[in-house]
Design a protein around this ligand. Sequence first.
Ligand SMILES: Nc1ncnc2c1ncn2[C@@H]1O[C@H](COP(=O)(O)OP(=O)(O)O)[C@@H](O)[C@H]1O
Ligand SMILES: [Mg+2]
Length: 411
Amino acid sequence: MSDSDRLAMLLRCSQLLTSSLNLQQVLENLMGQVVEAIGAERGLILLRDGPEAPWRVRVAQGLDANALEREDFSISRGLVERVFCDGKSVLTSDALVDDRFKQQASVGLNQLRSILCVPLLVSRRLMGVIYADHRLATNAFDAESRSLLEAIAAQASVALENATLYEENQRLHEEQLAQTREELVQASKLAAIGQLAAGVAHEVNNPLGALLVNLTNLVSFSPDPLYQKRMKLCLGATERCQNIVKNLLTFARGRGGEEELFELSPAVSQTLDLLEADLRLHQIVLQRELSPAISLRANYQALGQILMNLILNARQSLTEVERSPKSIWVRTMGLQGKICLEVVDNGPGMTPEIQERIFEPFFTTKPIGTGVGLGLSMVYRLVQESRGEISVESKPGSGTRFRILFPETGS
Ligand SMILES: Nc1ncnc2c1ncn2[C@@H]1O[C@H](COP(=O)(O)OP(=O)(O)O)[C@@H](O)[C@H]1O
Ligand SMILES: [Mg+2]
């Protein structure tokens, strides 16, 4: 082949290789070029993900690619291994008399004569080999074929890198899309439940009001002490219902997205009231250690969401362990010239590796359907929006402490 033929061939090859981003297509184009360029009888491109990974035949010409997966692998595996490991090409003009192949039964068995095999690099990493052979002809390939094939392999490297990156990108993109879709379904489910709860609470609020007014009147209806006692019990229970509904409505509607100045401990108490029954149901003791007279400037609704998430996480973690008692402490206090809110549990705790990632969106260690991994990332954002800082302290086996420091108001 003359120099200009060689150049023209390399140019054509380069055009063909860069004409597609589909990895399989690039490999097929490459195979076609190889067989034509060096006049091989059969050709193969084998790829693998690493030295220990299995070989995969990505394209074959003149060979049945399926047969290669079986035992009647009619090329020399040993040779392919060697090219892959050394990263150097191997050329033989007659394998049957070549000392290098004495040990390799497959060469004799398959009557292999001319073989040319060159390594294939992608991003400077050995990814595979291009293999070509001729079973009958000796001297089918020469040094020139080898350098041509090496030049083609070098060109292919860039095209393969692009196609691999593209494929990887495409895969990641699809994965992310599927995950986002799932999260959206979850989020809209939650929003729907929230709306439903708010709607029900609203509906229940009116009859509860009527009950309360009438019960209050009825308490003094009869002087019978037993009657009085029973009526007071009814009144107490109805008041509790009204309180729960009120809290639920506050939580669902919020007081708008504006910041306001409010008393921290009563606000915390209001959210805790909502959660206490559920915690009791899980045999968890809720310890309130709330300091009076701390006013906080923040978004009232956001504070409720922060607490809800921290307590829900603590509750979920406590269900994983055997403890007696299982406890959650909620504390408010002044600390280091700041306003401090703490949620502490004596649950299973977290390893440092997990702690590092808990504020990442979608990070969860919980099974599908239990956690979506958005709770703490939302908490983090809400705390930041209130110019606060959140920190975590935890050790496997000895519980977890979340501490939020808000700036002092009025300063
Ligand atoms: N109190 C806690 N105790 C132990 N692990 C926790 C606690 N709070 C959060 N975590 C860990 O942080 C992860 C992320 O929490 P979060 O963002 O609320 O998402 P999710 O609760 O949906 O998993 C949890 O999966 C869990 O591994
Ligand atoms: Mg959570």
